[in-house]
Design a binder for this molecule. Structure first.
Ligand SMILES: NC(=O)c1ccc[n+]([C@@H]2O[C@H](COP(=O)([O-])OP(=O)(O)OC[C@H]3O[C@@H](n4cnc5c(N)ncnc54)[C@H](OP(=O)(O)O)[C@@H]3O)[C@@H](O)[C@H]2O)c1
Length: 269
């Protein structure tokens, strides 16, 4: 079991939602938290709540800023790559610029922090069996592309691939790698992701629940965290029988966007 008290945890995307919930819960457990995001005033307000925490203004789309973030915290033993945002667009409506922005934040922002963190983590002493841990906040959509959200899902699937490869690459270094797969979570995510609508009957969870599950996986490192456990089984079943979810998503798309079809018709009934 890794001791949270005295651990130094860097959290990207700490200015709201899951990142802020994680910072509060980790701080309450005695960890030193380093808060990173773009909105400085939000981070400073959170830091006033959490005495001893540090704020580092960071835009993860800038690899130099990710390097500077990690260089400022050589004592970090856990790095949580959580910064990200969504986009509600069909694949055919997603512009090249939108793809690039999403990839730069969700995927390359994650890998830039990892590349900066790993050499430092390798220098850390082994404590409670581990030198350190990298946590990547992906999504349940990593396992199933969401219609009118396919580009976002692709970035989340890419994060899962990174975690799967990295976990084995760093095993000999005693550095744990964990990917996190939340379902719809009550944060600012949906208001920032233009046009994003969760299904009326879709299960939801709180940012605090996601934070608790992530912290359990920091204490006892494991490969994946699915805060809503049923979704893991449902999505595993859907990989065996993909047409099941196709039917569900088609019905949902029709209901949500009956006024304006989102998918090109091309003679498809
Ligand atoms: N909410 C959901 O339904 C849900 C479900 C599955 C997965 N997730 C994932 O959970 C993670 C956290 O999202 P959330 O739900 O907590 O949403 P949120 O409340 O909107 O928080 C997103 C965080 O990411 C930060 N961020 C965005 N772009 C950034 C950039 N270029 N550089 C640095 N920080 C950046 C934001 O801070 P600034 O704007 O201040 O930079 C903010 O702190 C995301 O990776 C998201 O994909 C969310």
């Amino acid at each position: 079991m890794r001791e949270l008290k005295g651990m130094t945890v860097v959290i990207t995307g700490a200015s709201s939602g899951i990142g802020a919930a994680l910072a509060r819960a980790l701080h309450a457990s005695g960890a030193h938290v380093v808060l990173a995001a773009r909105r400085l005033e939000r981070l400073q307000a959170l830091a006033r709540e959490l005495p001893g925490s540090r704020v580092i203004e960071t835009d993860v789309t800038d690899p130099a800023a990710c390097s500077a973030l990690l260089a400022a915290v050589p004592e970090a033993d856990t790095v949580i790559c959580n910064a990200g945002y969504g986009l509600a667009r069909t694949i055919c409506d997603t512009t090249a610029a939108e793809w690039l922005d999403l990839l730069k934040t969700n995927l390359l922002g994650t890998t830039a922090c990892i590349v900066a963190a790993v050499p430092q983590l390798r220098q850390r002493p082994v404590r409670d069996g581990w030198r350190g841990q990298i946590v990547i906040v992906s999504s349940a959509l990593a396992r199933r592309g969401r219609p009118a959200g396919g580009a976002y899902s692709a970035t989340k699937a890419a994060q899962l691939s990174v975690a799967e490869a990295l976990r084995v690459e760093l095993a000999e270094d005693a550095i744990a790698v964990t990917s996190v797969h939340p379902i719809a979570t009550d944060t600012e995510f949906t208001s920032i992701a233009v046009g994003w609508k969760n299904g009326a009957r879709e299960p939801r969870q709180s940012a605090e629940l996601v934070a608790r599950r992530i912290i359990a996986a920091i204490v006892r490192p494991r490969p994946e965290v699915w805060p809503h456990r049923l979704s893991r089984w449902g999505l595993s079943l859907a990989t065996l029988w993909p047409s099941l979810l196709d039917r569900y998503f088609r019905r949902r798309l029709k209901a949500e966007h009956s006024a304006r079809p989102l998918l090109p018709r091309q003679g498809v009934p």
